[in-house]
Design a protein around this ligand. Sequence first.
Ligand code: URA
Length: 191
Amino acid sequence: MKKERLESLERQCREESAEPIVFGEGDGDAKLVLVGEAPGAKEIELGRPFVGQAGKNLDEFLEILGLKREDIYITNVVKIRPYKINEKTGRKSNRTPNKNEIEKYGKYMEEEIRTIQPKVVVTLGNVSLRAVLKDQKATIGKMHGKPIAYEGYYIFPLYHPASVIYNQELKKTYIEDLHKLKDFIKEHYLL
Ligand code: URA
């Protein structure tokens, strides 16, 4: 039932999009949904979310929580790769998704959550937090590591792992937050 609904959403999204998309994947009955920002080059190449460098970040996330990739549902707010072209080299590089992209594809992310009805939605970074919470003023710097009761589930905001790579202090906070999430899930019997 949920699986069919998710498949139909994916078809609809593919039809609506002129560019290749990466849709969410995983357990349609998952208690935990992870929402990233947008796929990068590797994700588009393989047609799957969180592979490549982002996949390594995901492995660390799963290891700390004691979960497997198949236990959760993984998606992004935006389903295409937002990129810009470097004028000198002609190469593509990632950019933050714009308002139109967030609105267009965010509808699908909302429907994925509505379909799955998880207990906890983990957001990664500002774009994801703002889109899931529907609050443009939300900021990850103030809200990370603290659960928010929202529409029948909890939102648990984390920094985006890609943003903490070159910042040891933030990396430490990110890992502490992951342990807080683990304790929260345990205390509330969420999984
Ligand atoms: N890859 C994804 O699929 N999502 C992100 O947010 C980052 C990398």
